[in-house]
Design a protein around this ligand. Structure first.
Ligand code: TA6
Length: 305
């Protein structure tokens, strides 16, 4: 089934006053949600949430000012979907880092105006977007995004084949912060983590996380909520997850951000932090034949007292 064009998408799935589809100058199709509770934009490529801004609030999600929308290219910022592996592929270095899901076309299969005033849109990864050489398994993958006062992103993997398969995954979410000096991340105290800065030493988190250099950590065996306490914005962002046993915390800091070249400015790294709800490293998920696995995350704002 080929990708629907903007006209057909609007005929089938637009919701007057809440959801419409437009085509970006890059040729990518964007779902635009504007309801009474929030604004959000989502690229159909990668079913990639790019922005989320609750009404009367500062943006919750960070999108690089230099983010390039281009076919087949990952977008810097938003909520990239890492699937069906996290990080480098286990055996083939020619396969894309973080899997292929975030750079291929997804399709819209449903849209809904919910009674609580939020808007839900469901994306599905079509078989035609799955490179068989990289992923020779029968599956159905959906990303279900609900936008209101809070945002819910649910990545559902169904095994429609005859044999178990194993996935690594992450909602690799970039959060908008006032300044990297003004935040602390709580919820991971006492957790073991793999420190990817250096040689992947296994360490234990002592106290809240603050960021004063490159941080790239996979926290293991944790299903806790995380809070990004931001004294500059006088708010906390709560990340409440289900179906995820890993949490990744990442800030590239100065050199790595400069090398990546798409953080917008030499201080772009100061405006963001990634807290990713994942199943990575030893937390990869086995999905039995006929079974389904859900990674479900709710993003909400709590105002500082
Ligand atoms: O989740 C952290 C991480 O794995 C970092 O190591 C860094 O590579 C980051 O993801 C961004 O990866 P990307 O492929 O989006 O540039």
């Amino acid at each position: 089934m080929s990708q629907l064009n903007v006209t057909t998408l609007n005929q089938k799935f637009a919701i007057p006053g809440q959801l419409e589809f437009t085509e970006d100058e890059s040729g990518l199709i964007i779902a635009r949600i504007a309801n009474k509770q929030a604004l959000s934009t989502i690229s159909l490529q990668g079913a990639h949430v790019m922005t989320f801004e609750p009404t009367g609030e500062k943006p919750v999600i960070w999108l690089s000012p230099a983010a390039k929308l281009a076919r087949g290219k990952s977008i810097r910022g938003g909520v990239p979907i890492c699937w069906p592996w996290f990080g480098a592929h286990a055996t083939d270095s020619t396969f894309p880092g973080h899997g292929f899901a975030r750079t291929v076309p997804w399709q819209v299969v449903a849209s809904e105006a919910l009674s609580n005033g939020s808007t839900r849109i469901t994306f599905e990864l079509p078989q035609s977007s799955i490179p068989a050489a990289q992923w020779p398994h029968a599956c159905r993958v959906r990303n279900i995004v609900t936008v209101g006062k809070e945002m819910i992103v649910e990545l559902v993997t169904e095994n429609t084949g005859q044999a178990m398969f194993e996935i690594g995954e992450a909602l690799h979410t970039y959060f908008a912060i006032s300044d990297v000096d003004k935040i602390r991340i709580t919820g991971l105290e006492g957790c073991a983590y793999l420190d990817k800065v250096g040689d992947c030493q296994r360490r234990t988190q002592a106290g809240a996380i603050t960021i004063t250099a490159e941080v790239d950590r996979i926290y293991l065996d944790t299903d806790s909520d995380c809070l990004i306490d931001d004294s500059g914005h006088k708010r906390s962002i709560r990340i409440a997850k289900r179906g995820s046993r890993s949490t990744v915390v990442w800030n590239p800091w100065i050199e790595k951000a400069a090398k990546m070249g798409d953080f917008g400015s030499d201080t772009g790294y100061r405006c963001m932090v990634c807290v990713e709800s994942a199943n990575a490293a030893e937390n990869v998920v086995k999905v039995a034949a006929g079974a389904a696995h859900s990674l479900h995350v709710t993003y909400s704002i709590e105002k500082a007292m």
